[in-house]
Design a protein around this ligand. Sequence first.
Ligand SMILES: CCCCCCCC/C=C\CCCCCCCCCCCCCCCC(=O)SCCNC(=O)CCNC(=O)[C@H](O)C(C)(C)COP(=O)(O)OP(=O)(O)OC[C@H]1O[C@@H](n2cnc3c(N)ncnc32)[C@H](O)[C@@H]1OP(=O)(O)O
Ligand SMILES: Cc1cc2nc3c(=O)[nH]c(=O)nc-3n(C[C@H](O)[C@H](O)[C@H](O)COP(=O)(O)OP(=O)(O)OC[C@H]3O[C@@H](n4cnc5c(N)ncnc54)[C@H](O)[C@@H]3O)c2cc1C
Length: 631
Amino acid sequence: MMIHTNNYILNIKELWDDVPEEYLSHKERYENAIKKAFIVLKVLRQLHTGNIQITDHRTPTNVYSIQDGIFRNVNPLLIHIGLFWSTIAAQASTEQQAEWLQPDSSMIGTYVQTELGHGSFIRGIETTATYDSTTDEFILHTPRLSAYKWWPGGLGNTANACLVMAQLYINGTCHGLHIFLAQIRDFDTHKPLPGIKVGEIGPKMGFNTADNGFLGFDNHRIPRTNMLMKNVQVLRDGTYVKPKHDKLTYGSMLLTRVTLISDLAYQLSKAATIAVRYSAVRRQSPIKSNEPERQILDFVSQQHKLFITIASSHVYRVVGLWMWNSHKRVTADIHEGNMGQLPELHALACCLKAISSRDASALVEQCRLACGGHGYMMASNLPQIYAYTTAAVTYEGEYTVLLLQTARYLVKFWRLAAEHKPLPQNFAYFEDYIKKNFEQWRNSPEGIIEGFKAIVAGKTKAAYDTLQCNLRNGREFEEAWNMASVQLTNASEAYARSLLCEVFWKETVQLSTKVSKSLAIVLEQLAELYLMYWALEKHGDLLLYSTISRNDIEALQSRYEELLALIRPNAVGLVDAFDIRDEVLCSTLGAYDGRVYERMMEEASKSPLNEDVVNESFHKYIRPVTMKNKL
Ligand SMILES: CCCCCCCC/C=C\CCCCCCCCCCCCCCCC(=O)SCCNC(=O)CCNC(=O)[C@H](O)C(C)(C)COP(=O)(O)OP(=O)(O)OC[C@H]1O[C@@H](n2cnc3c(N)ncnc32)[C@H](O)[C@@H]1OP(=O)(O)O
Ligand SMILES: Cc1cc2nc3c(=O)[nH]c(=O)nc-3n(C[C@H](O)[C@H](O)[C@H](O)COP(=O)(O)OP(=O)(O)OC[C@H]3O[C@@H](n4cnc5c(N)ncnc54)[C@H](O)[C@@H]3O)c2cc1C
């Protein structure tokens, strides 16, 4: 069967709610979401087997975006699709993949790593997998309360299998963290298997349809062949065959961090679409007293809040793709046994995931505030987008923890520079900074990129010097590192910003040669706006570490304001170009037709509190008090 993805999915009636999900209970929300998830899964399976084929240009990523409209929250199968299958595909041996990656598999899985007691410091994970050579099995065990798995999406009710991260023990020796496939519920009855304690963790700020769960094992046995064995093996006699790199087990986290950058770009494009369209409809006060009230989008301060969101969505889309291609390249190298590029990829993924999630949640919140009171309504969809986006600052590697990973990488190169040892080309600017080879400031995108590199060098130097000073004062390295950690995270943040500026500008300039002249002008304006915005935000750092002057900063400010005015006529066109359907945007404020007030009234009429003209609580609670006082 040939289908048009959007029309096909949009026409499946059971996927669309009559009652807004905010009015459902926690349990009803989940049940509604799981019903939809399995309708979608069926479609995906048909796509996979070729029983149905897409006739439009949409890819699975576009199909993924439609799910935002279907669920308004999170698909309970997100981790099953996004992490469970991808981890098996990346870390299971060929034989294991042949057995487990069947399109008609009964397994609904999740990725089970975090515990009540440990999330960031995964070496501290307490779940054990002990090899029993007499039966050729691993025994999974949760030794204490803090070792209970806690958080995995879909674990609460949906999953019947999972990939568990546990400490591997063979003959009393701990070999560290490894991944094991464990069935946790009966495929037919869905009852937890003996020795499994599983449940859901309760309501959260967002992600409420994701049935995040807890899990404990009481000496639960699984076959030896259920350890993921592509990179590392345990043989029948208990021999441990080491991986080529001891962090290959962390590969799924790396991949998800890379993928997330693009997902956050998409969340930003939704928020920008809502806030810009609303700002074109909303009128509030004249600018000159004798004029009619103006669209709030004409207020320059409003443009300042919104155009950076449009630009940032483009930045993260471009950088997300750039990282995706790097990941593909490095993975191919790893297959050939070459691990050389892995540390760099990890360092980039860590700081870019951290900064993209922090930027995205701050900018979504900025869009909400830019919509005034109406942005606070759930029907604007901005609160839900915020709750979804801010979670990404924490999951898949907490913000500070990831920045500190990148700092290790920066400090290594600073040490080389300080010791006058050869540096890779992309860190040659460290040497320039040490030799005080400062370029004359240029008020141009290229000049700003150089300026940001000087900030990275200056901040890495400051952190490194503090670290050395702490060491000289007799501190042990880890303690000295902790004492310097504020400066270390600052250096990482600056590094991420310099990468974002450089990659975005270079890719935009390249793209501009391939599109029409008028489009190229707009794309370059957006890229320049992004660089100017951050140069102004960080002007204090530029004054500290680059050759910028006060006059240069004033000129930057003027150019920035000029760019706001240049982008204004194209603002609505730019968000329309994100091409997000109303059914996906789910917003009274952001719909394409601009019927904001009509839609708000229509949504309000769905409130159960409007079902009765006089709510029964009046007779029960209000009247007895108010009438008694009157008597
Ligand atoms: C209609 C519907 C249709 C649906 C259609 C679907 C189709 C889909 C198609 C497309 C989809 C596209 C969109 C996808 C969008 C995705 C959205 C995803 C939403 C996700 C939802 C939520 C998921 C959340 C999951 C989780 O949170 S899982 C748990 C994550 N946990 C963490 O991240 C823990 C963080 N901690 C750590 O990573 C580690 O503890 C640590 C901090 C790295 C430290 O580790 P450790 O203690 O072992 O390290 P050290 O001994 O200190 O050594 C450090 C050295 O190791 C190096 N290192 C560390 N990690 C790595 C690594 N990963 N790779 C390489 N090297 C690594 C490090 O560099 C150090 O090296 P050194 O040389 O400096 O020593
Ligand atoms: C919505 C959501 C979905 C999730 N889904 C999954 C899932 O599917 N599977 C799964 O396994 N997990 C999942 N998680 C768990 C998630 O990965 C962890 O919450 C995350 O890795 C952070 O760990 P933590 O909660 O232990 O925070 P902590 O590490 O306890 O962090 C608390 C604070 O301590 C600070 N801190 C911790 N260590 C250091 C350090 N070394 N140096 C400096 N500061 C430090 C942090 O910066 C932070 O400020 C999910 C979480 C959320 C919120």
